[in-house]
Design a protein around this ligand. Structure first.
Ligand code: NA7
Length: 527
């Protein structure tokens, strides 16, 4: 009889397991992959790299771990992060409770026993008091339903399901569909190998140079000497790492000063750009100053003005679709073997046996790369048949968009926990900081139930409704809803348009969760 089933062995599932063991609880982790690491297990495309800095994007729960592990670069590449995940699995002896190559298909709450009955595609049937979904926010890879894909005679790939042995594009004609983060990281590398690369772009993105470099040894030493304080600041911050703010309003400073500030941030590189002024994501006029700066940069890098024009985002404010971080992305379009194809006005009509047809033109390719993203935040959860009290189905409950209390729990689904679920800061933050916060909160909650001899915890409808409304309200105070982004569910045909993550900030959100717990789990029914 298990205390908990954990779904997923990425950073969330691994830490949850470690934490539950420390409480003396028994847990089994089910993981679909052949190894641990989640996102970093699946996304092995060329150039895959974290866009949060290495010293920030790592576990803080063990001081020994954070002191002994040495990152080699400012931004770690996928193989190094996967190695880290495997190191953690070994160091904390996690593997013996992780069952690989097993996908959870169903989780049903049994009201008579107050336990979750969990089934897998391997025929496992286990019963556990708690069910913890560590399924990831960007794990349900999406290939658009293009007509003719079956007829394609070449090989096709999705960036989020990349072959483990890698792909060599040398001498080949390659098509990349999509220009999100995954495309922006992989395009410069594929372009170096391919005989010809066609990039099929529907919406251009704002991308910052990473200015990646070997990790500065002196910086590493300084961080490690005060790691506890460094982590504390991250936890109390807005996005889970410390970003320096220059002022409240971009409009309150003279244009020349603002330009200097943007220039400084551009040369420093990375996601910190949008933190420059507090109103960049609140005021369209403020945002325009930053967007103009980006467009000028793109025009300065890309030699062909028509191509530069196509690469300039104009239809949504900067930062309202996930800001990308790249190495040499825009300059790649100066290469003779790279062609940018606009599929906005004329969408891809059909995939033919030989390539891609759009605007009546067929682009012949040997390989196709779908960098087309994920059914974000809800996809992986709703792929599981989750049933709560009275047989209530999660997919039906969420037909109009996800509804959670704190992004952690759902009314009608007792003892079910979501790690970085919709309605929590999740994808708007350094994921590891948010993961650790949720895991710690969930573990404390389980201890609390045990100490009080309580069987279940369940969000009340009232608390959930109030939280959903709050998440929505603060989301709509910003510019985010103006973009048809995956934050809004807009990349999936038919998905409800709801701003899913909580924008209130990691520090503020943590306080709220702690207050709820301190007030004897306010907004929950404990039985
Ligand atoms: P994204 O950011 O969702 O990007 C997907 C891209 O694929 C985006 O440019 C889409 O264009 C494009 N796309 C999707 N469907 C189509 C069709 N049917 N035709 C043409 N183009 C299409 O996924 P990523 O994997 O790059 O990044 C996900 C996150 O992972 C990222 O934000 C980081 O947090 C890490 P669209 O913009 O929808 O017009």
């Amino acid at each position: 009889m298990l205390d908990a089933v954990i779904v997923g062995a990425g950073f969330a599932g691994m830490y949850m397991l470690h934490k539950l063991r420390a409480l003396g609880l028994t847990a089994r982790v089910f993981e679909a992959g052949t190894g641990v690491g989640g996102t970093w297990y699946w996304n092995r495309y060329p150039g895959a790299r974290c866009d949060v800095e290495s010293m920030d994007y790592s576990y803080s729960f063990s001081d020994e771990l954070q002191q002994e592990w040495r990152w080699t670069e400012r931004y770690a590449a996928q193989p190094e992060i996967l190695k880290y995940a495997n190191h953690v699995a070994d160091r904390f002896d996690l593997r013996r409770d992780i069952q690989l190559e097993t996908r959870v298909t169903r989780a049903v709450f049994d009201e008579t026993t107050s336990r979750w009955d969990v089934e897998t595609d391997r025929g496992d049937r286990v019963s556990a008091r708690f069910c913890v979904m560590a399924t990831g926010c960007l794990s349900d890879a999406q290939v658009p339903d293009f007509e003719g894909l079956d007829s394609f005679e070449g090989t096709w790939y999705h960036t989020g399901r990349w072959p483990h042995q890698g792909v060599d594009f040398t001498g080949r004609r390659v098509g990349v569909i999509g220009t999100g983060s995954s495309a922006i990281q992989s395009i410069p590398i594929i372009a170096k190998q391919a005989r010809h690369l066609y990039v099929f772009q529907r919406t251009p993105n704002y991308s910052m140079p990473a200015q990646n470099a070997p990790l500065d040894a002196e910086y590493e030493r300084r961080v490690k000497a005060a790691y506890a304080d460094f982590r504390r600041q991250a936890r109390e911050s807005r996005v889970g790492f410390v970003t320096e703010r220059s002022g409240d309003s971009a409009l309150a400073v003279p244009a020349a000063e603002r330009e200097r500030e943007y220039e400084k941030r551009w040369s420093r590189g990375g996601l910190g750009f949008s933190a420059a002024y507090a109103d960049l994501l609140m005021s369209k006029d403020a945002n325009d100053t930053a967007a103009d700066f980006f467009r000028a940069k793109i025009r300065a890098i890309v030699r062909d003005p028509a191509v530069a024009d196509l690469l300039c985002p104009t239809s949504y404010p900067l930062g309202t679709k996930r800001l990308c971080v790249d190495t040499g992305y825009y300059a790649t379009f100066n290469l003779d073997n790279v062609t940018l194809v606009d599929v906005r006005k004329q969408p891809i009509e059909v995939i033919t046996p030989k390539g891609v047809r759009t605007g009546g033109v067929e682009y012949a390719v040997d390989d196709l790369v779908f960098a087309t993203g994920f059914d974000a935040m809800t996809g992986a959860l709703l792929n599981i048949d989750i049933r709560g009290r009275g047989g209530r189905r999660l997919d039906a409950e969420w037909a109009g968009g996800p509804r959670t209390y704190l992004g952690l729990t759902v009314e009608g689904f007792p003892n079910l926990f979501l790690i970085t679920g919709p309605g929590s800061p999740s994808v708007l933050s350094n994921m590891i900081v948010s993961i650790e916060q949720h895991v710690d909160w969930i573990a404390d909650c389980m201890s609390h139930l045990r100490a009080r001899d309580l069987a279940t915890i369940e969000a009340t409808l009232e608390a959930q409704e109030a939280w959903v409304q709050h998440v929505n309200e603060v989301g709509h105070m910003t510019l985010y809803p103006l973009a048809p982004s995956w934050y809004m569910g807009a990349n999936i045909p038919g998905k409800p348009r709801v701003f899913m993550p909580y924008i209130g900030g990691v520090g503020v959100y943590r306080q709220k969760c702690d207050e709820v717990a301190a007030k004897d789990y306010e907004g929950f029914a404990l039985r």
